[in-house]
Design a protein around this ligand. Structure first.
Ligand code: GLT
Ligand code: MN
Ligand code: MN
Length: 387
């Protein structure tokens, strides 16, 4: 029998070049793994069964490359993707590594830096379009502060809006058909980053010139760094039609951005997330924005990448089991909405009067146990494999 947890193209699993290519550098220590070239990363991803590879402009093309060098690198990379049957669903731009962005890119006080950031992003969009990407992620890692003496925060919001509006026009003008996915993070590398949460971006998007072109790219670790419930953020984005992309990984609460293998720190939260994505039939890429522990060599990187996908597929199977479990479904029914009295379908004077005159039996409504203890224990038993 084939292994049910083998990744297949229709699962839409993708990894960034920077994830499997991560060399284990951290603020306290240098690289521990040799460079993995983009073409080798493509081979590795194909070997472990991924479908997509995502990239920042400078994951592939060095920031100082000449146009001729750029074209040669891109051609080589395209060849590798074709040979290995990988696609590029998403592209993004690095607006955080180079010292020029030390005080922000789109929100910098320096008009030249802001203009350069937009130019660099347009070129990254050209690259993404050339590689067939339809999603463009914007993560503003340097858009923030250590001291709010530097600028009024509402000025930063205005600059960010100006930049995103400009880039939407560029995509339309060039007929690239990009959908932008904005990625929030509360801090790191800045002391505080503007647009700290997915919810903040959802509010911001409504103020843009082309809100239809812009959605979000929530990342598990980033919402959890802010102490938030990730699946709630994802659900709000989904319900608003704004879940354009997702960054899957894991994280312990209250730490730096750990970018652990998906499901490795809080498998129960990962279960609710996978169940949600599968229940609503989210059909976008399942992108893993994570990296292997610093202890690993390239075999460890393979194990890490396989582990992300395998855990996702195991949790998907557990979600199906949960949905099909008669006892769980019976408990859900019992705890369910009950009789809908009075009807709250739509506001009218008649429904208003019925509602205003209705006598609610608060004691009866509040005395019934909801059996969530039993429901959660059954969930745990499904998850722990004893059901
Ligand atoms: C960087 C960051 C990620 C973002 C990437 C996209 S880059 O690795 O930590 O969360 O998704 O810019
Ligand atoms: Mn991310
Ligand atoms: Mn992260």
């Amino acid at each position: 029998m084939p292994d049910p947890f083998t990744p297949r193209p229709e699962h839409q699993f993708s990894f960034g070049l920077w994830t499997v290519g991560n060399r284990g550098r951290d603020p306290f220590g240098d690289a521990v793994r040799p460079v993995l070239s983009p073409t080798d990363a493509v081979a590795l991803l194909a070997e472990v069964g991924a479908r997509g590879v995502n990239l920042h402009d400078n994951d592939l093309v060095p920031i100082d490359a000449s146009p001729a060098q750029r074209d040669r690198i891109v051609q080589e990379f395209q060849g590798a993707c074709q040979r290995h049957g990988l696609v590029v669903p998403m592209a993004t731009v690095n607006l955080f590594y180079d010292p020029v962005f030390r005080d922000g890119a789109f929100t910098s006080n320096d008009a030249q830096v802001r203009a350069y950031a937009i130019q660099k992003t347009m070129r990254a969009m050209d690259l993404g379009a050339e590689l067939g990407a339809k999603i463009f992620v914007l993560w503003g890692g340097r858009e923030g502060t250590e001291t709010d003496a530097c600028r009024r925060p509402d000025e930063a919001v205005k600059r960010l809006r100006e930049a995103v509006n400009y880039l939407c026009e560029y995509s339309l003008d060039r007929k690239y058909g990009f959908r932008f996915a904005l990625e929030a993070k509360p801090n790191e590398p800045r002391g505080d980053i503007y647009m700290a949460t997915t919810g903040a971006y959802l509010g911001f998007i409504a103020t843009l010139d082309h809100p239809d072109l812009v959605g979000v790219n929530p990342e598990v670790a980033h919402e959890q760094m802010a102490g938030l419930n990730f699946v709630h953020a994802v659900a709000q984005a989904w319900e608003a039609g704004k879940l354009f992309h997702i960054d899957l990984n894991d994280q312990l609460p209250g730490r730096y951005d750990q970018d652990f293998r998906f499901g490795s720190a809080n498998p129960k939260a990962a279960f609710w997330l996978v169940k949600f994505l599968e229940d609503v039939k989210y059909d976008g890429p399942r992108h893993f924005d994570a990296h292997a522990y610093r202890t690993e060599d390239h075999d460890g990187v393979r194990a890490f990448a396989r582990g992300c996908m395998r855990t996702y597929l195991i949790l998907k199977q557990r979600a199906e089991q949960w949905n099909a479990d008669a006892e769980i479904q019976a408990l859900l029914q019992e705890a369910g909405p009950g009789a809908r009295l009075p009807p709250l379908t739509a506001y009218s004077r008649a429904t208003r009067d019925t509602l205003l005159s209705h006598d609610f039996d608060r004691a009866a409504l509040s005395s019934r146990g909801l059996a969530y203890e039993r429901l959660d224990q059954l969930t745990m038993e499904v998850l722990l494999g004893v059901r």
